[in-house]
Design a binder for this molecule. Structure first.
Ligand code: URA
Length: 206
């Protein structure tokens, strides 16, 4: 199983607050943004840079700037909960959106919305807090690749082993970054111990 679990004390402590069933939406939303910002540091560790000259008040030296552009693609709806945090550390990123829903006849995930930035060569981070069965992540990445996107990575909060294995098998070129790798999926497709329905907890719906 190929997965990057970002095991940092700040992330793990915030994750505990997110797991707590008594954490209210207002706190949940705030903490998930902080977690997304911290996780973005690790997910972008291999971001390409180019050398530039910079003049300090004392002398000229070399520094760097990000080479090319960065695109973030939240999978609707829960992926939106990551956006404030990701954009707080990469404010220049372009944002694409992809909406996946379950076809009630075939039970397969299908795309209902997709709007992407023009730069298909961008360094792209696909975000969704929960990697459960892997169905929507795989289908979303299928669609992004079909439209020509390359250089993709997937960032989540909680991953289930079942989803990681499926995503690894379907898209071995897409690294996965998560805060925690949980135990299993229950019979309703919820991650255990998990944190419940991430979209409902972010948006205060039931
Ligand atoms: N989606 C969620 O929001 N939570 C889960 O546990 C599984 C899928």
């Amino acid at each position: 199983m190929q997965i990057n679990v970002v095991n940092h004390p700040l992330l793990q402590a915030k994750m505990t607050i997110l797991r707590d069933k008594d954490t209210k939406s207002v706190t949940f939303r705030h903490i998930i943004s902080e977690v997304a910002a911290l996780l973005t540091f690790e997910t972008t560790r291999d971001l390409p840079v180019e050398e530039v000259k910079v003049t300090t008040p004392l002398c000229e030296t070399t520094g760097c700037r990000i080479k090319g552009s960065v695109t973030v693609v939240p999978i609707l709806r829960a992926g939106l909960g990551f956006m404030e945090g990701v954009l707080s550390v990469i404010p220049e990123a372009n944002v694409g959106h992809i909406g996946m829903s379950r076809n009630e006849e075939t039970l397969l995930p299908m795309e209902y919305y997709c709007k992407l930035p023009a730069d298909m060569d961008a360094y792209t981070i696909v975000v969704d807090p929960m990697l459960a069965t892997g169905g929507s992540a795989i289908a979303a990445i299928d669609q992004l690749k079909k439209r020509g996107m390359k250089n993709l990575r997937f960032m989540c909060l909680v991953a289930a082993p079942e989803g990681v294995e499926k995503l690894n098998a379907a898209h071995p070129d897409v690294p996965i970054y998560t805060v925690v790798l949980d135990d299993h999926l229950n019979e309703h497709g919820y991650i255990v111990p998990g944190l419940g329905d991430a979209g409902d907890r972010i948006f205060g719906t039931v």
